[in-house]
Design a protein around this ligand. Structure first.
Ligand SMILES: [Zn+2]
Ligand SMILES: [Zn+2]
Length: 345
């Protein structure tokens, strides 16, 4: 029997969206965003981690972001650095120690959004190392369900973990909605063909049960949370999506921001932005100097960088960024795996 793949266009009609999609900066979205924005980031971060820091229990109705991964595709430490007989990579040597903040898996965040039917866990990207991220942080933070996955783009470090969602759909919940742009869904038809068209699966095989929702570059709603795509370039001619929810803007893979995207970043309170390496940009990612220039242009209240490679030493770069708070008033720091920040959306 041929079973039609579970696909539907999303949203089917903007008239069904319970907010004005052309007015993302209405007063509702301009309200103060973070409960902790009055403090500089350096003091706030002490209270947010289960990564060896002093943790703080957040109230059950508190929205939050958990950083599932903050590193490049190959992960930090690199195996090649640890096997190099010269052992000359200090960051990877540090990252090899459990709990070290230089230890980074593929970029991903979990948005925990309390609603009338409980807290929804909305994941942005499930890359190659998703299993390892979930293994580390889901039990630690008491996270059970995966209520939606939103995809930034179709590189392996963003979608490589979709197969691992089988553990949830076999043992926790019947299915998981996936929100993905059409171009990336077309890629998945090849990379994850058996998840897109379940008719090819041998009867009895228990793969992930995913419901694909095709998104455009217009706002959409996930479990009552308004999500605004932030289209960016991730290499010449290759599109990736950042996402805005409330006054939080998340852009994990970017080499250039089109002019038409800047208005969508207006009044951003917390910016989470790609910063690959300390010295320069690559063809596909912002380096730290360009990322800082964008922070000066976008003027968020607070910025956390993500997607760092092994040339970015957590303590050293953060020391440098701390000085920018004093000299320029820029509240900018590196994120790290397991970082947990309260938000208001
Ligand atoms: Zn290294
Ligand atoms: Zn990518």
């Amino acid at each position: 029997m041929v079973v039609a793949p579970s696909i539907r266009l999303f949203p089917p009609s903007f008239s069904s969206i319970p907010f004005p999609h052309r007015s993302p900066f209405s007063s509702r979205w301009r309200s103060p965003s973070s409960v902790s924005l009055l403090l500089p980031i350096h003091s706030r971060l002490q209270s947010t981690s289960a990564n060896g820091d002093i943790g703080v229990e957040l109230p059950g109705d508190q929205a939050e972001i958990i950083f599932m991964g903050t590193g490049t595709s190959e992960g930090i430490p690199r195996v090649s650095c640890l096997t190099n007989p010269l052992k000359k990579c200090p960051v990877c040597s540090k990252a090899a120690q459990p709990g070290n903040k230089n230890r980074r898996l593929n970029t991903s965040i979990l948005v925990r959004h309390p609603g009338s039917s409980g807290t929804h866990n909305i994941l942005i990207d499930a890359g190659k190392f998703f299993y390892h991220s979930a293994l580390q942080w889901f039990p630690a933070f008491g996270i059970r369900t995966l209520d939606a996955v939103i995809i930034t783009h179709s590189h392996a470090d963003a979608i490589g973990g979709l197969d691992d969602l089988r553990d949830w759909t076999n043992n926790v919940q019947p299915h998981i909605p996936i929100y993905v742009a059409k171009r990336d869904f077309e890629v998945m038809k090849n990379t994850h063909y058996y998840l897109v068209d379940t008719s090819v699966i041998t009867t009895g095989a228990a793969v992930s049960d995913l419901q694909f929702n095709i998104i455009s570059e217009e706002p959409f709603s996930v479990h009552g949370l308004k999500i605004t795509p932030l289209p960016v370039w991730h290499g010449k001619g290759y599109r990736s999506l950042g996402f805005r929810f409330g006054n939080i803007c998340y852009i994990s893979d970017v080499s250039d921001i089109p002019e038409e995207t800047y208005p969508l970043l207006k009044d951003c309170e917390i910016l989470i932005l790609d910063a690959l390496r300390p010295d320069r940009s690559s063809a596909t990612h912002f380096g730290l100097p360009r990322a800082l220039d964008e922070v000066r242009k976008i003027q968020p209240k607070r910025t956390l960088f993500t997607g760092m490679m092994h040339l970015m030493d957590h303590e050293e770069v953060n020391d440098y960024l701390t000085k920018l708070l004093e000299s320029e008033g820029l509240d900018v720091q590196l994120s790290y795996d397991g970082l947990r920040i309260p938000i208001t959306v």
